[in-house]
Design a protein around this ligand. Structure first.
Ligand code: C5P
Length: 295
């Protein structure tokens, strides 16, 4: 019988800027953020099976809950419930992205799980229903499911396509400290920013850096107060030759440097690895559309 395994990539999410623009009465924060992806990803696959199961491997598998509270299994269970599915799946997750790191790894995995399980089980969920399910799984899941560069509003569920962005490269650095998203948001004071969207296409990495320079990540102060090493990471990225900008993504602790070409990014990553052997450092392309092959 032909192998019926279906697989997908779950790319890292990067917040090029992230403004906290208000707070809801239930404690969630209203955001304005430009989200893109990196050419770095977890991998997920699913094969037909009688029951639902999850096997996890990869360099960051140890940091994940294997049992029922894993977001991938929760995703699978929610999908079976929503679509009245009575089939199982043997799911395998290869965890290549650091956990609790601001790159939406869990959300990316959940979004990829929704896609492959819908294929494995021959489901044709309406887009709205799938997006609703994604939003209930986590605030970053809808934008990961969308898979394209977008402005994110509301508490994460309102997605608006971003204007065309230029080819650019990233150096991602994680200093090995995990941050709890609720804790970081909890340290956010009431000093809210304004929305900062733009409509014109950006044609070079240098222009993108200039656009981003007037925006920021409002969670940086809170995250750095909790884990001061984030300040060291930003300083090291800023000092890297060719870095156009350095910034934290999401609620941290991962930070990125923006670069105009892959060679400069690779050289910066090599130097950072040599100087900080304990840090996770990767050069990757900035990806505006995960549904197309990586550039
Ligand atoms: O949905 P997710 O599990 O990713 O969110 C983690 C936590 O981050 C929330 O429970 C909430 O405390 C905080 N959060 C927030 N405002 C947002 C997104 C997340 O306060 N827009």
């Amino acid at each position: 019988m032909a192998d019926q395994t279906v697989s997908a990539i779950a790319p890292a999410k990067i917040n090029l800027y992230l403004h906290v623009v208000g707070k809801r009465s239930d404690g969630y924060h209203f955001l304005d953020s430009l989200v893109v992806f990196a050419g770095l990803q977890d991998l997920i696959s699913a094969a037909p099976a009688k029951d639902l199961s999850l096997a996890i491997d990869g360099p960051f598998s140890a940091g994940l809950p294997k049992a029922n509270d894993n977001l991938v299994l929760k995703t699978a269970r929610q999908l079976t419930k929503a679509m009245d599915v009575r089939k199982g799946a043997a799911i395998r997750l290869t965890k290549r992205l650091p956990v609790a790191a601001g790159m939406g790894g869990g959300s990316a995995d959940a979004a990829a799980a929704l896609k492959i399980l819908a294929r494995l089980w021959n489901l044709n969920p309406a887009n709205d229903a799938l997006m609703g399910l994604a939003a209930r799984l986590g605030v970053d899941v809808p934008v990961c499911l969308n898979g394209q560069a977008a402005f994110v509003g509301g508490i994460g569920e309102k997605i608006t396509a971003a204007p065309p962005l230029p080819p650019a490269w990233l150096v991602l650095v994680n200093p090995g400290v995990a941050l709890s998203t609720p804790e970081v948001f909890g340290h956010c004071n009431g000093d809210f920013s304004k929305e900062a969207r733009f409509t014109d296409a950006v044609s070079t990495a240098e222009d993108l850096a200039a656009v981003l320079q007037t925006r920021g990540n409002d969670l940086t102060e809170a995250a750095t107060a909790l884990e001061p090493v984030i300040g060291d990471v930003l300083e090291a990225l800023n000092a890297s030759q060719g870095a156009l900008l350095a910034r934290m993504t999401g609620s941290g602790s991962t930070c990125f440097g923006l670069f105009a070409d892959p060679d400069t990014a690779t050289r910066a990553a090599t130097a950072l690895t040599q100087n900080h052997p304990g840090w996770w450092v990767k050069a990757a392309s900035l990806v505006s559309d995960t549904t197309r092959p990586a550039n």
